[in-house]
Design a protein around this ligand. Structure first.
Ligand SMILES: [Zn+2]
Length: 287
């Protein structure tokens, strides 16, 4: 009996400790802001990087990270401009890019735009709220004529998920490719969310072909980047894909492929979410 009580106490302590940690995680998170080009700014915090167009006609933002960060994000945007946050574009449905949708829709009156599949996939979540769903959806894309820029929102075929859009600011010469770019690290390809390895590589190849040498890129994750950085990521994708493809063709099992690894060249691309093992297994399953 006594040991049972001790066990319960220990478990309770463990749970409250871990919830305290996760609360600290949000409390400690900082949103930093930097100008990119023209009316475009980039916000970094936790989750997907946020693109901001701020000018005389108001504010448009691309993605909005996690719900517990919504007010901090709004404050960081307020430091750039006091104009209303009129429009939100979701690059895809993942929670680290759409988590503050409901806050901006309800507290700021923002209108949310996204591909049809973003709305479908968010609506499929059991615990979704009506306010977080995109209000305007599209099949192929749309164009904002806003703050003196032409802002093209383009749907890309299945890659990171089946709901991916990229945002291209013509005048500012900035691309926000959402999670079709993890700068300097292995990408997450959401095979269960309609993503495909081949589609991901095709999309990145196509996007790089559209860029100028001095285009600035706000990656879904990582630091503000250039075309050369994006090319490095593509080279890694093509090379590691070929490695895993040939291991598979030789009849090497997934476990052995993980054991063999991708070599020292790619050690630095691994990170806490997509370790080398996770990346190899994505390629193995996705090819
Ligand atoms: Zn994502």
């Amino acid at each position: 009996m006594r040991s049972k009580i001790l066990l319960v106490t220990a478990i309770t302590a463990l749970f409250s400790a871990s919830s305290a940690i996760s609360q600290d995680r949000w409390a400690d998170a900082k949103i930093t802001s930097q100008p990119v080009s023209g009316s475009v700014h980039m916000l970094e915090g936790m989750g997907g990087n946020i693109g901001v167009s701020a000018g005389p006609e108001g504010i448009l933002i691309i993605d909005d990270q996690y719900a517990p960060l919504a007010e901090k994000i709004a404050m960081a945007i307020g430091d750039i401009s006091k104009q209303p946050i009129k429009y939100i574009v979701n690059t895809h449905y993942h929670g680290d890019h759409t988590g503050s949708n409901a806050y901006f829709a309800e507290a700021k009156g923002s209108t949310i735009f996204a591909h049809d599949n973003v709305r479908k996939r968010l609506a499929d979540k059991e615990d979704h709220t009506h306010a977080e769903l995109p209000v305007v959806t599209y099949q192929q894309g749309m164009t904002f004529h806003f703050n003196g820029d032409t802002i093209n929102v383009m749907y890309m075929p299945a890659g990171h998920t089946d709901s991916d859009s990229v945002v291209w600011f013509e005048e500012a010469n900035v691309l926000h490719p959402g999670d079709l770019f993890f700068e300097g690290r292995f990408p997450y390809i959401d095979l269960d969310g309609g993503g495909t390895v081949t589609g991901y590589i095709n999309n990145v190849t196509k996007l790089i072909g559209m860029l100028k040498d001095d285009t600035k890129i706000i990656p879904g994750h990582g630091k503000l980047a250039t075309k050369a950085d994006y090319q490095k990521a593509l080279d890694m994708l093509v090379d590691t894909t070929a490695m895993v493809k040939s291991m598979k063709a030789e009849g090497i099992s997934l476990d052995d492929a993980v054991e063999q690894g991708l070599g020292e060249k790619y050690t630095a691309w691994a990170w806490n979410f997509i370790t080398e093992e996770k990346w190899i297994s994505t390629l193995y399953k996705g090819l």
